[in-house]
Design a protein. Structure first.
Length: 180
């Protein structure tokens, strides 16, 4: 009996700690222009000291952003209309003391960059402006839509690495009414 109570208490503590570790936030903004939905988002608190130390040790690190365009529903869950994946990656070379940065949007790689500045790395990994991720052709006028962004970090740098379920590092959402 005591062992089962202790196990339940351990799970409750683990859930609380995992939820507090996932306390990062994503600020999301969207803009419709020229038949595209331009999505901007910023992960605040995502470039932690632990992630920075993991990168400096030479481990490749990625932050994967799952971006969903959803249509609101009053009776049921919001329906996902389209999805996009943005992957920001960095690898530090200890010999040259340079960071190699890469960005992939839905499988299409952007031109990689090399830098020595850690602030550039933080911005590369956490701040995105006006990405043309979705087309407006299928949207209906005066209907409410939302753009939801979820982020996952690799390597996972929280102490609770053996938790069997995937926990999003952060989520953010922006609602808008399509008028055009």
């Amino acid at each position: 009996m005591r062992r089962s109570l202790a196990a339940v208490a351990l799970v409750c503590v683990a859930l609380t700690l995992e939820a507090s570790a996932a306390g990062d936030d994503i600020t999301v903004r969207s803009l419709t222009r020229d038949g595209q939905i331009l999505v901007s988002f910023t992960l605040t608190g995502g470039f932690t000291r632990e992630l920075r130390d993991a990168i400096r040790s030479g481990l490749p690190a990625t932050i994967t952003y799952e971006v969903d365009l959803r249509r609101g529903s009053s009776l049921w869950f919001d329906r996902t209309l389209a999805s996009a994946r943005v992957i920001a990656a960095v690898r530090y070379d200890n010999l040259t003391r340079q960071y190699r940065l890469s960005l992939t949007i839905d499988g299409r790689g952007e031109a990689p960059q090399i830098t020595e500045d850690e602030d550039t790395v933080r911005e590369w990994m956490t701040d995105f402006k006006r990405l043309p991720l979705f087309a407006t052709a299928a949207l209906e006028r005066t209907v409410e839509y939302s753009v939801r962004v979820r982020a996952r970090t690799r390597p996972r740098v929280n102490w609770f690495l053996f938790w069997p379920w995937e926990q999003d590092a952060a989520t953010g959402q922006h609602r808008f009414t399509f008028v055009q």
